[in-house]
Design a protein around this ligand. Structure first.
Ligand code: SF4
Length: 221
């Protein structure tokens, strides 16, 4: 199957990615909320500031003033918006699950996804990152890298909606959270290092030849 061959080549090239970094499911969820539209190194700074302030904990975060939180997480950009999202998430955990993300994550994938998407500021990519990386649910995460790469491969149109791209993977791959976990991380590595938005580095890409998997890379080679 081409999707497994794609993964095999990326894994061979980049090695296992050991993603997502985080000591606890709550920390992983906080990272998933903070990472939108910013580089990971900025998220790391914000998470370190939260750790230092004792805020990697739902009850403490839910009770923290929004403006002070925004100041703490400034390195992650859009601090006011992201502070509001973090507090909404922590407050939800407090009210509905006794402050325990572990308890929340025991629900079914479908129900949990709907529950997360109903929270202020949580979109499909964030919800699915929490489900997969914090909860080990078999849910494939789609991001801007995924969309760009699938389009260049010639497998999906550039404007394909999130759910269609997610189904593309989920309908063709075994329902395996460990595979989904590293597969998404491999696509991030490819998009970040080689398949750049402008001037992709196709010469060093493992998808270009033997045999070619990428329509764009083949046409420009
Ligand atoms: S061959 Fe080029 S366009 Fe295709 S996936 Fe690799 S870097 Fe991207």
């Amino acid at each position: 199957m081409e999707l497994l061959e794609l993964y095999r080549r990326l894994r061979e090239h980049f090695g296992h990615r050991h993603w997502w970094p985080g000591d606890t499911p709550f920390e992983v969820a906080v990272g998933a909320i903070l990472t939108q539209a910013v580089a990971w190194r900025n998220v790391e700074q914000a998470v370190a500031a939260l750790r230092e302030a004792g805020l990697l904990d739902a009850p403490a975060l839910a009770a923290f003033p929004e403006e002070s939180l925004a100041r703490l997480i400034r390195p992650a950009r859009y601090p006011r918006q992201k502070a509001r999202k973090l507090i909404a998430f922590a407050d939800h955990l407090q009210r509905r699950h006794g402050g325990s993300i572990e308890r929340m994550l025991t629900g079914s994938s479908g129900e949990l996804r709907r529950e997360l998407l109903a929270l202020w500021g949580i979109g499909p990519e964030t919800a699915d990152s929490i489900l997969l990386y914090a909860g080990g649910h078999p849910v494939f995460v789609v991001d801007a890298y995924t969309r760009r790469i699938l389009h260049r491969l010639g497998w999906q149109p550039a404007e394909a909606p999130y759910d269609r791209l997610q189904a593309f993977f989920q309908e063709r791959l075994p329902q395996d959270p460990a595979l989904y976990n590293d597969y998404h991380a491999q696509l991030v590595a490819l998009g970040h290092r080689l398949c750049l938005a402008r001037s992709p580095r196709c010469d060093g890409c493992p998808l270009r030849r033997d045999p070619p998997l990428c329509r764009f890379g083949e046409a420009t080679g």
